[in-house]
Design a binder for this molecule. Structure first.
Ligand code: ATP
Ligand code: MG
Length: 438
């Protein structure tokens, strides 16, 4: 993509409304614009990252055997009356009335919707297990939307729902998602610690939140100091095998959210306990028959008796993750994208577009990179070198290739790694090989 053609409205100044670094950088890097409190438009650069994050989530859901669907954003209130949550949910739910005076709502989550779909389609235990997910916008009228996309009112969530015959099978489904989440966040280069959590308004028996430690986190969390030195490895497990040993391994070190942490029962001595702030990027629940029972979602079991479905639900904050990734990956100059979520793999800077030789060399390299399938953002603007360096550092692409008159005369190009700052001069061919022979 040529920057002269790209819609990338960068801001030089720090926007005064942004209190935390990720919000500032997302505005400055032209990733999002606010529409109203807690509601954002995603611009081309931001949307590329959002889609990357969503794609990693999708691949790991698919790998764990979940199937993608797409449910609507607007739901009938009727369903929520069946579960009893319509009145309980409170002011966070945006309630809407259609032209026929029917009560509707913009979904804050989809337990009722999916339970109704599965109830009407599945009759026998032979059709189980099932695990269905979607990546869809949610609306929660948060009292204090803030920190940009981290606490929005409209936000993108991956949510899925598992349906099983009995508690043991439901725990297996829970374990699958637990491990899929470890893999998902590890692929994004994030250390998200699974913590025992309260089940809140979703309800249920067993729950873990995946928390990224960061000063700007909104939750207070506690964990064993050894978590700080633990690499959460994205082990490639066989999801059909017994997953309990993995679950036990990854829950053996203490980690709990504020609501679950009780100093008097804490198994970790005070000197070994870390108290920190966390960003909740995912949350999983096992809640048995909480929705299936009132909504009549039953199957005929092996003995011919009718049993309510055992359910779990699992959420990942896809849009919040974009902010969380920046909280975890930035410096004074801007964002530093991990390769796996970067909006483009490479930035190509032509320092002197007015110089015919420079332009020919840069155009040629750009064409070759594109032909090789490398995603490259090409700064072909007529601007000062300083402004170009600053813009490229701000948007944080993993590597930069810099072409200038001196290099062109010598047949070289400068290659700069955004994270380490390391620079090397390479021949044009070597630069091409480095980024096309992955
Ligand atoms: P929080 O405690 O942060 O309000 P929650 O526990 O209400 O979140 P869940 O119902 O568990 O949220 O939703 C699943 C995931 O969706 C969360 O782990 C989080 O990553 C994301 N999420 C929830 N609320 C928001 C929001 N207002 N803006 C952006 N992402 C959100
Ligand atoms: Mg939660």
């Amino acid at each position: 993509m040529r920057l002269t053609q790209y819609f990338l409205p960068l801001l030089r100044e720090n926007p005064s409304e942004a209190q935390i670094v990720s919000h500032r950088l997302m505005l400055r890097a032209g990733m999002v614009r606010q529409s109203s409190a807690g509601i954002y438009s995603w611009l081309p650069l931001g949307l590329r990252v959002l889609n990357r994050v969503g794609q990693i989530v999708r691949e790991e859901q698919d790998r764990a055997g979940a199937q993608e669907i797409l449910m609507p954003t607007i739901q009938p209130a009727e369903l929520w009356r069946e579960s009893g949550r319509y009145d309980d949910y409170g002011k966070e739910m945006l309630r809407i009335r259609d032209r026929h005076e029917r009560d509707m709502l913009y979904g804050p989550t989809n337990e009722e919707q999916i339970t109704a779909i599965v109830r009407d389609a599945i009759r026998s235990y032979r059709d189980l297990p099932k695990n269905l997910y979607h990546i869809q916008w949610k609306f929660r009228d948060e009292v204090r939307p803030r920190f940009g996309v981290m606490r929005g009112r409209e936000f993108l969530m991956k949510d899925n729902y598992s349906f099983d015959l009995d508690a043991a099978a439901a725990k297996h489904a829970y374990n699958k998602m637990f491990l899929a989440y470890l893999r998902t966040f590890a692929r994004m280069g994030l250390k998200a610690i699974p913590m025992r959590a309260d089940t809140g308004p979703i309800g249920g028996d067993l729950s873990h939140e995946f928390q990224i430690l960061a000063e700007t986190g909104e939750s207070e969390v506690f964990c064993d100091r050894r978590w700080l030195d633990t690499d959460i490895l994205a082990a490639d497990v066989d999801y059909d095998s017994d997953l309990e040993p993995f679950f036990r391994h990854w829950t053996s070190l203490y980690a709990a959210t504020d609501e679950m942490h009780k100093p008097e029962n804490c198994p970790v001595p005070p000197e070994q306990l870390v108290s920190a702030r966390g960003i909740e990027v995912g949350h999983i629940f096992y809640f048995g028959a909480k929705y299936s029972k009132p909504m009549g979602a039953v199957v005929t079991g092996p003995n011919g008796d009718e049993v309510p479905l055992e359910m779990g639900s699992y959420g990942i904050g896809v849009s919040r993750l974009v902010g969380a990734l920046i909280e975890a990956n930035h410096d004074d100059a801007g964002i530093i994208w991990p390769d796996s979520v970067a909006p483009f793999r490479l930035g190509l800077i032509n320092l002197r577009p007015a110089d015919a030789k420079c332009r020919a060399a840069a155009d040629d390299l750009y064409a070759k990179l594109r032909r090789a399938g490398v995603e490259v953002l090409y700064d072909d603007r007529d601007d000062s070198p300083g402004a170009k360096f600053a813009a490229m550092d701000l948007i944080g692409l993993p590597d930069q290739l810099i072409i200038g008159p001196r290099g062109v005369a010598a047949g070289t190009i400068e290659c700069k790694n955004r994270r380490s700052g390391a620079r090397v001069d390479l021949s044009l061919d070597a630069a091409l090989t480095r980024f096309t022979s992955a």
